[in-house]
Design a protein around this ligand. Sequence first.
Ligand SMILES: [Zn+2]
Length: 88
Amino acid sequence: MSMNQATGLSDGELRQRVRDDLGRGKLFRVDGNGFAGRGTQQRCTVCNRPIPTPDIEIRIEEPRQVFAHLKCYAIWLEESKSLFESGN
Ligand SMILES: [Zn+2]
């Protein structure tokens, strides 16, 4: 099992957290409309940790501006899609 350096959570733990947050409405669903750029020390909306400058930061503008680590965003996107496919 690989650990996520940015969050200290395993991939599985991070995925479960994203799933829970989507279910509770803490996270909205994403559809791939993220903008990639260099980290600007913003707090990741998925794992709640800052995104350091050497890392890639994903910025989402709609429905509100949030930021996420590339890896967190990838999981968030996958879980958003599987939630949609399950018809929830
Ligand atoms: Zn993150």
